[in-house]
Write a new protein. Sequence first.
Length: 295
Amino acid sequence: MSTEPRHLILNLLLGAAQRRLSAREAVAACALFGIRENSVRVTLARLSAAGLVEAIDRGEYRLGPAAARLADEVAAWRGAERRVREWNGAWIAVHVGELGRSDRAALRARDRALGMLGLRELDRGLFLRPDNLAGGVAAARKRLLKLGLGHGAAVFVARDFDAARERRAVALWNGRALTHAYRETRAQLEDWLARAGSLSLEHAARESYVLGNAAIRQLVFDPLLPAPLVDVQARRDFVDAVLRFDAAGHAIWNRFLRDGPARRASTRARPASDPGRAPPRASRPAPVATLETAT
């Protein structure tokens, strides 16, 4: 699957300590995926014009206001299990019936907000999710508005549905498929970690980005359902595997970007794991994250 320079650059910035990225680092990272330097610089210019990145020093960038407003929400995947509580059977409900549908940008933001909090449509204009998020409906309302839901939407707690609607509500998510995906992705990440030391640095950097980006995107959009709708322990094990993979990805990408284009030729045969190397500087980015939702 091809990697778009737009998404790669945004992900580099999201994964960077202090969220700073030099043009040189962007060029080196994109070269791993066959993206030419000219395309990288054109992409940086377009992202800057769109407000998604902004220049802070000569040849150095950070997330712009159009992306920064989502960056903290996306980066919160690490604390996924701290964002849930016991479920008492009630539902968080959102009614969007009064919101317009002609503004396509507003509609995309609304759909993204509902999706990132795991809400599904029960009846026309009425979206639900279990009321098991930490902070309850007030915290959910705040997050939804921050993500672009629209101030005209009603966000409230619903309970005591009739039996037919309750059955339909529970069936809005395929809990069996979610649980299977937790286990499958966890196994894939753990298998990669077991063999990562035998890979060249470039190979390890490229694969860790692709696998890590997909796994974290899976977490960002996970509905964080309670038991018995999903196997909660399988999700916790999955989150733990992603955290370990993320740490490994940071180490690999820190080393890759530290070595730079001029030194990479001498490290092609060196395995990705090298205890003898000096630790990477904290300012280097490690793009095992996803900001595709911001674009």
